[in-house]
Structures are given as C-alpha cells and as structure tokens.
Design a protein. Structure first.
Length: 239
C-alpha cells in the first residue's frame, strides 16, 4: 500500500501542503491542467525553490489575477464550482467535505447555519486551489492512505476578517476536535483553518512514523522565517 506521512513539525497550511506535493514530484503543469476544470480563470500557479534554515524546498504561489479577488463566497457557491468541474468523484467528494466541515465550524462559532456562513479568506481563489489541489495531489500520486504527526499549536492572537482572535483560531480548534495536538513556545499561527480542514478529512491516523519503506520526501515552504524551518515535510513510501 502506498502511504503518505505529513510531518507537521512547523505546522500546516493549505499552500504548504500543496507545495510539498510539488516538491515530491507532482508536475506543476499536470496540477494546473487538472485545476483548470474548476473554471476559475482568475489564477495561475508559480513554484520556486527557496531555503528555510538551509533546507531547500518548494514555495508555491497562487497568483490571483485582478478580476479574481472574490473573498466572500457561501458554501453553496463553492460546492457548485467543485461539483461542475471535470474532476473525478473522489476528488469532488473529499473537497466538498472539507468545505462543509469549515462551514459547520464557522457556523458553530458565529451562531449561523452552515449554508449562511460567508467564507472570507477560505472562500478566496487561492484557498479553493489549496484545498482542491491537495486532494487532487493525493489522487494523482496514487496515495492510498494518509498519516500525520500530532499538530503544534501556537499561542497569542491572529488578525482575521472578524478582528483579532486567540490562537489556535476558533475555526481551527473546532476542526481539530479529537486530533492530537501539542503546545509550542511560538506566538505564531502554526496551523491554519484551511490546513486543519484538509488534514481532518484526508488523514486516517495521527501519530508518529508508521513502519514504511520511504521512497520520496518533499518539503513545502511557508511565508515566514523563524528559528524553526517554516516547512511541512511529506514522506511517501510503501507499507
């Protein structure tokens, strides 16, 4: 069985996940072609090699064109975009489930039905690409089972469309109910709501390295620079 292990030593976000898959060897051109079936013509992908604390990995940018800055989508609109795409049913189902979980989490926090939740940051083009692209990557790389390390939680506050909120962000905390986490001495948002939502759907088991013969290792880089490399590491291999 081909498996993937997400080593989230510095946290996880949607763009770090997708970048790590590209670093593993997923062709950017193939990913872009598959994502084009979403019908979102307002973006293109750019990947570059960057260093974090001397370790090189891939940094992915979803470059949103001028007409693509649409930050307020409802769940129904996002489900429609995914449902009308040419992606296979497994990718559609997993991607939609991720957004349904985000909507349910946001609804509990803001006392709203899930279908009335306005997606702000997560409804933007880049977040849709991160979610669908990460699910698509699992499919294209023929990964059959996904594992992940426990997730590190930072402290402090983060700015959102609703104002300053405590870390972990309320949506992240909701999405990670039942997931093993640990606190670290960092006043940074290490796990984003998008990253949490993707892992909550794709990961079969959280824990430490399962017995696997590793074949490839990919590093996806985040936006910040700090003492710990701001990277997500993915191992793929055979159990």
């Amino acid at each position: 069985m081909k498996i993937a292990y997400f080593d989230c030593f510095s946290g996880v976000s949607g763009d770090m996940l997708l970048a790590a898959f590209i670093d593993l060897g997923l062709p950017l051109e193939q990913l872009s072609k598959e994502l084009s079936s979403l019908g979102l013509d307002e973006f293109h992908l750019e990947a570059s090699r960057v260093s974090k604390c001397g370790i090189f990995g891939t940094k992915l940018n979803v470059v949103v064109h001028e007409n693509g800055h649409h930050h307020h989508r409802h769940l129904g609109e996002i489900v429609g975009i995914i449902g009308r795409s040419g992606l296979d049913d497994w990718v559609k189902d997993k991607s939609i489930k991720i957004f349904e979980n985000i909507a349910a989490a946001e609804g509990r926090i803001h006392n709203l039905p899930a279908d009335k939740v306005h997606f702000h940051e997560v409804g933007a083009v880049d977040s849709i690409v991160d979610v669908v692209g990460s699910v698509l990557a699992v499919r294209l790389l023929e990964i059959e089972r996904v594992y992940s390390s426990p997730l590190p939680m930072g402290r402090g506050f983060v700015s959102t469309a609703h104002g300053m909120v405590p870390l972990p962000a309320p949506a992240t905390a909701e999405l990670l109910k039942g997931v093993p986490v640990h606190w670290v001495n960092s006043e940074k948002e290490l796990v984003t709501p998008t990253g949490a939502a993707i892992l909550a759907v794709l990961v079969s088991e959280f824990g430490y390295f399962p017995p696997v013969r590793w074949e490839r290792i990919g590093y996806g880089c985040g936006n910040s620079d700090r003492k710990v490399p701001n990277m997500l590491r993915i191992f793929t291999g055979w159990s």
